[in-house]
Ligand binder design. Structure first.
Ligand code: ME8
Length: 514
């Protein structure tokens, strides 16, 4: 069963070739990344590291979305050229992803030369195939979102059409533009949303279907006059225009794995693609993206995983609303950047928004890491050193194996379904059960503590393997302390896999908050 559902995401049965392509949105580098950006990036990194742990070949792409009106204006405001500005700002993303131990395969910037080539190639193809025509666009635009709002979408404040996300008045724009014939792909997009099993969770497919039903699928303007938006990739068929930033941005997913230069690589990875996004950019990643791909003869991604918002007092956390939790503050508070990863993994929620709160995060840290898992590690390693001189050969206590087996399978199944927070919760349940097992068996009182301590070490090892994608450095440190190697593949998840533990240290992994 594990293998069967695993293949849903990789297109290949485990132990044959297993290859996965994982992407995050590319973020606007108009400011430093905050916890909202870390949310998606850490989640995707955990999934990528999980597949790596199983022995799969993964390609993990993240990066920055550097063109368009928003960045052009932001640079002008600071008296910089857009080029200088994005060079400076995209560095922050690299730095923060380093800090959070994000193991990407490529950090793509839409100002990269190969990306520019891909965009021009694609636009020429779309033009050649007759999907592009010239017309007049009239509409209300939000530069913060880089999109037009329809009458149904915007709100009215002080009598003015206003962006519901940024709470700023929209700009009315009327200009000549090139359009892309999305409307021709309405039935196709509907079919994929209804039957395709691509969008996960399904509720988001329903949401897009509802919007298409109400408003249809309109053609979109894919160009901006250079006189207004000069900061963009020039249209290959008309040098008076630049490419609309969203078309430019979506195509990063193709450039990232070699399209159109290395089609073999591209096809191998694209077949097994998992794309992570926040729900704010759902429309672009379904209606627009699926149509665009279809125009190029490319199927939709294997899976589009959508998560809900981090909110502050019920509002989406975001720079423009000034309610962001900074990555720095979190790292400072818990003194270990990997705790930020753990907290993200614990609160990750595809369906529902999660409120950011120090109280909740402190509680997660203290309960799960200090009192539960950290305590288990310290207890068992101290016992192993005190009663068995740190050397423990295989000696399973059958009584506890069934509990372990059961929870382990639940955790594996959750990972397999990309339900990261569920997987982490099951890992913590193992820890909770192991602590209870020690309390019940009292190895410090029995004449033969060995099977209890070995089995408890096996529990620690299982939890650690499950948490390895979440906190790779912290867990590596622990594995060193008990002299166990992390391998690749599923076999190491067998209970009783380790012949001998040599406990060299009794580490305190997580300190109490001061
Ligand atoms: O939209 N809660 O970039 P962006 C959850 N460049 N996730 C959040 C969040 C929050 N409060 N705030 C941000 C863009 N995110 C485009 C994308 S992709 C081809 C182009 C995360 O900088 C979440 O992943 O506005 C969301 O989708 C993304 O940041 C938006 O980042």
């Amino acid at each position: 069963m594990f293998v069967a559902s695993f293949s849903r995401f990789t297109g290949a049965k485990f132990m044959n070739i297993c290859r996965v392509y994982i992407t995050t949105p590319i973020y606007y580098p108009n400011d430093k990344p905050h916890l909202g950006h870390a949310y998606t990036t850490v989640l995707a990194d955990i999934v990528s590291r999980w597949f790596k742990l199983l022995g799969c070949e993964t390609f993990f792409l993240t990066g920055t979305d550097e063109h368009g009106l928003k960045l052009q204006r932001e640079a002008e405001k600071r008296g910089l050229t857009p080029n200088q500005f994005v060079d400076e700002m995209s560095r922050f993303f690299v730095e923060y992803w380093n800090l959070l131990n994000i193991e990407y395969s490529r950090f793509i910037r839409t100002t990269d030369r190969d990306h520019e080539k891909t965009v021009k190639y694609v636009l020429n193809e779309l033009y050649r195939k007759g999907y592009v025509y010239k017309g007049i666009y009239r509409g209300w635009y939000c530069a913060g979102c880089e999109k037009y709002f329809t009458e149904k979408e915007y709100i009215v404040e002080n009598g003015k059409p206003t962006c519901p996300v940024h709470r700023r008045p929209l700009e009315f724009i009327e200009e000549e533009a090139y359009f892309l014939k999305l409307s021709q792909f309405k039935d196709y997009v509907v079919k994929i949303l209804r039957e395709g099993n691509v969008v996960f969770p399904k509720q988001y497919a329903e949401e897009v279907l509802g919007k298409i039903e109400a408003e249809g699928l309109q053609d979109i303007a894919i160009s901006r006059p250079k006189s207004r938006v000069y900061w963009g990739i020039e249209l290959p068929f008309d040098s008076d225009y630049t490419t609309y930033v969203w078309i430019d941005a979506l195509l990063n997913y193709l450039t990232g794995i070699g399209y159109p230069k290395d089609l073999k690589k591209f096809e191998n990875f694209w077949r097994n693609s998992i794309q992570f996004i926040g729900k704010d950019i759902l429309w672009f990643h379904t209606a627009v993206w699926f149509s665009l791909l279809a125009m190029l003869g490319i199927p939709p991604p294997k899976s589009l995983v959508v998560h809900a918002y981090l909110t502050f007092k019920g509002q989406k956390m975001g720079k423009s609303l000034g309610n962001v939790v900074s990555i720095d503050d979190m790292v400072k508070r818990y003194e270990n950047p990997e705790v930020v990863r753990f907290i993200i993994a614990r609160i990750a929620n595809y369906d529902k928004d999660s409120e950011v709160s120090w109280d909740i995060y402190d509680e997660i840290y203290t309960n799960d890491l200090v009192n539960n898992f950290g305590n288990l590690v310290r207890r068992v390693t101290v016992l192993a050193q005190k009663f068995l001189n740190g050397v423990i050969d295989r000696d399973l206590d059958k009584e506890f194996v069934e509990v372990l087996e059961n929870l382990k399978n639940k955790a594996l199944k959750s990972y397999n379904e990309l339900l990261v927070s569920e997987a982490v919760k099951h890992a913590l349940e193992i820890s909770h059960e192991a602590n209870a097992y020690l309390n019940k068996k009292e190895p410090w009182r029995t004449p033969n503590p060995k099977p209890i301590i070995y089995t408890a070490l096996e529990a620690i090892r299982l939890i650690s393997l499950l948490l390895y994608p979440v906190m790779p450095n912290t867990i590596s440190k622990l594995f060193k302390a008990i002299n166990v190697e992390i391998r690749k593949g599923l076999e190491q998840f067998n209970i009783g896999y380790v012949n001998r533990y040599e406990v060299k240290e009794a580490p305190i992994l997580f300190k109490k908050i001061r």
